[in-house]
Design a protein around this ligand. Structure first.
Ligand code: MTE
Ligand code: MO
Length: 218
């Protein structure tokens, strides 16, 4: 399905784990998203930095698959052309990375999380969403954090196809949580009754990841 562009960078992964254990970058303050646009300890950038585990998989458009399953009544397995034929939405939002950069006013196009939730008929018992990516990365959010109007599966940014570096052809976008919660190269979206902490959440990152609460580690 994919070609890899490298091996996981274990040194980098261990360094970030150490940062988490040491509480690096913590300012110890919180902010109110109603009045503060920039979360505590963040600084603005104009470019869009790339962060990954040292692997940037090439997802072949012809063999792309997106499975949406778990605690749902109508599981889906979509080819790229089927994904692209779904109703598309647009939104503009800010993004905030735990490594302290924030970028304002990103224009996104994609399928809204709420449209997906309706399509697969998520069970009343589901409380969590687990994202699985082609590079082996996983991350978890609560269903109520996924079920928000600004959450999307995006395929375009600023009018251009999302590049491979940034998780194209399709990635998750959950703008009100730190960006590690937004899986690139998403392969499977699993609705779940139980929580399943993901790659960084099991390596010292916070399970929730709210930038205004500075939930970097924990
Ligand atoms: N599949 C996958 N998704 C991922 C990651 C990853 O390594 N693999 N890194 C996460 C982290 S830590 C961040 S900060 C953002 C970075 O997204 P960007 O490279 O588009 O800025 O992707 C998140 N999603
Ligand atoms: Mo990150």
């Amino acid at each position: 399905m994919v070609e890899d562009s490298g091996q996981p960078n274990d040194k980098l992964i261990r360094a970030k784990q150490r940062w988490a254990a040491d509480g690096r970058l913590l300012t110890g303050t919180t902010a109110d998203p109603e009045t503060e646009r920039l979360p505590p300890g963040q600084r603005l950038v104009r470019d869009w930095p790339v962060l990954d585990l040292g692997v940037q998989p090439i997802v072949d458009a012809r063999r792309f698959r997106l499975d949406i399953d778990g605690a749902v009544r109508r599981p889906l397995s979509l080819r790229l052309d089927e994904f692209m034929a779904l109703p598309m939405a647009e939104s503009t939002s800010d993004m905030h990375c735990v490594t302290q950069w924030s970028r304002y006013d990103n224009r996104w196009e994609g399928v809204s999380a709420r449209a997906l939730i309706e399509m697969v008929e998520v069970s009343d018992k589901a409380r969590h969403v687990i994202f699985h990516a082609v590079d082996g990365y996983t991350t978890n959010v609560r269903l109520d954090q996924f079920d928000q109007p600004d959450v999307m599966l995006v395929h375009r940014w600023e009018g251009e196809a999302i590049s491979r570096q940034h998780g194209g052809p399709v990635r998750v976008l959950i703008p009100r949580l730190y960006l590690w919660k937004s899986a690139k190269w998403v392969r499977r979206i699993e609705f779940s009754i139980t929580d399943q902490p993901g790659f960084w959440e099991t390596r010292g990152y916070h399970n929730n990841g709210d930038p205004w609460g500075e939930e970097r580690y924990g």
